[in-house]
Design a binder for this molecule. Structure first.
Ligand code: NAD
Length: 344
């Protein structure tokens, strides 16, 4: 099967399309007139996020299934590969499982894609692979220093895809996400987990449970001692993928075969600033206590955004308060949307 540049954004295969980010990308595709085809084994993804969408239940490593997807949708122009296991402590406890799920299966998947004549791959990578400079910013040329097996699977995948691209028609764009927050503003999808472990999730839980929020780590080299992150609204992440599809072929016109772009807002927000923003959005005086760093926590970083703007013509548009507001809106409907009882 051959697709032309004009066709690339007509139909897109989203691996991991029943997960938090993949399902949001699928919604953005639908809103933009691009038909998403979802492939997901539902390990962490939710069937509810596939309702009314073209969906194949199964594994990215299942060659016969991938062949069937392409036989039934020969007009797929590109693949967005979000399928992975993503829990950092789990990757420490089960490195074998993580390398198998994230690396070995991705290798099989790319073989299946190439066999089916599909050579445009957008890969969900992570900002957790960087070592931040003293100013806590990074760009795509910053040194890599992944600190967990999870993050290392991303580095290994990027390198593996680059090697394959150098010797085949495969072209790979790795999008390195910073810290996604929020939900689809139309609340079709959001975080599946009832008790998310990231700072905003912890804030919402503390607020709901009426307990003080724990600021874990107050001795980092930041402006107020708490950790810093680049919180990007998940809808902005999704629209970056639309921009990536539009720009894809142009990125490789000069002979490049694999490249990476950071997706963040360019703004660093400390945990104390996040707490202040949360208080502002809710109007509630959420209490807070200072606590020691948790094992594995890092000071964090935020991105310089020039490359995303230059190459994709994209910038994040939502504010942090939008992200907090949409996360709260989603938290209010999550259990009902997922057919769970409210205690999650
Ligand atoms: N959420 C974050 O904070 C974050 C940050 C940086 C990068 N990422 C990357 O973005 C991608 C999506 O993350 P997410 O937050 O949506 O997680 P998620 O767990 O919600 O989504 C992952 C999806 O992939 C599916 N999946 C996993 N292995 C599969 C396989 N072998 N075959 C088919 N489907 C499979 C899961 O069922 C799930 O629906 C991942 O690659 C992740 O590493 C996420």
């Amino acid at each position: 099967m051959r697709t032309t540049e004009r066709d690339i954004a007509v139909k897109v295969l989203i691996a991991g399309g029943a997960g938090f980010i993949g399902s949001t990308i699928a919604s953005a595709c639908l809103d933009a007139g691009i038909a998403p085809v979802l492939l997901d084994n539902l390990t962490t993804g939710r069937r509810e996020f596939t309702t009314g969408r073209t969906f194949y239940e199964g594994d990215i490593a299942d060659g016969a299934l991938v062949d069937r997807v392409f036989a039934e949708h020969p007009d797929i122009g590109a693949v967005i590969h979000c399928a992975a296991l993503i829990v950092v402590p789990d990757s420490v406890a089960d490195p074998l499982g993580y390398y198998r799920a994230n690396v070995a299966k991705s290798l099989d998947f790319v073989g299946h894609l190439l066999r089916n004549g599909c050579h445009r791959l957008v890969f969900s990578s992570s900002a957790s692979i960087y070592r931040a400079g003293d100013d806590l910013t990074v760009d795509e040329d910053s040194p890599l220093a992944p600190v967990s097996p999870y993050a290392r699977t991303k580095v290994v995948c990027e390198g593996m895809f680059a090697d394959i691209a150098a010797g085949t028609r495969l072209r790979v764009l790795s999008l390195r996400y910073f810290n996604p927050v929020g939900a689809d503003p139309r609340l079709r999808t959001g975080l599946q987990l009832p008790r998310p472990s990231h700072a905003l999730g912890q804030l919402i839980l503390a607020d709901q449970d009426g307990v003080p929020f724990r600021i874990t780590g107050t001795d980092y080299p930041t402006r107020d001692g708490s950790g810093i992150r680049d919180y990007i609204h998940v809808w902005d992440l999704a629209t970056a993928h639309l921009a990536a599809l539009r720009s894809f072929d142009g990125l490789f016109r000069d002979g490049t075969t694999a490249t990476a772009i950071n997706l963040g807002t360019g703004r660093g927000t400390t945990v104390r600033e996040l707490l202040a923003a949360y208080r502002e959005v809710t109007g509630r005086p959420i209490g807070a206590v200072e606590a020691p760093r948790r094992p594995g926590d890092v000071v964090g970083a935020y991105t310089r955004t020039d490359r995303a703007h230059q190459l994709l013509g994209w910038r994040a548009e939502f504010s942090l308060t939008d992200g907090i507001g949409h996360a709260l809106d989603w938290a209010a409907v999550r259990a009902r949307t997922l057919g769970e009882d409210d205690r999650g």
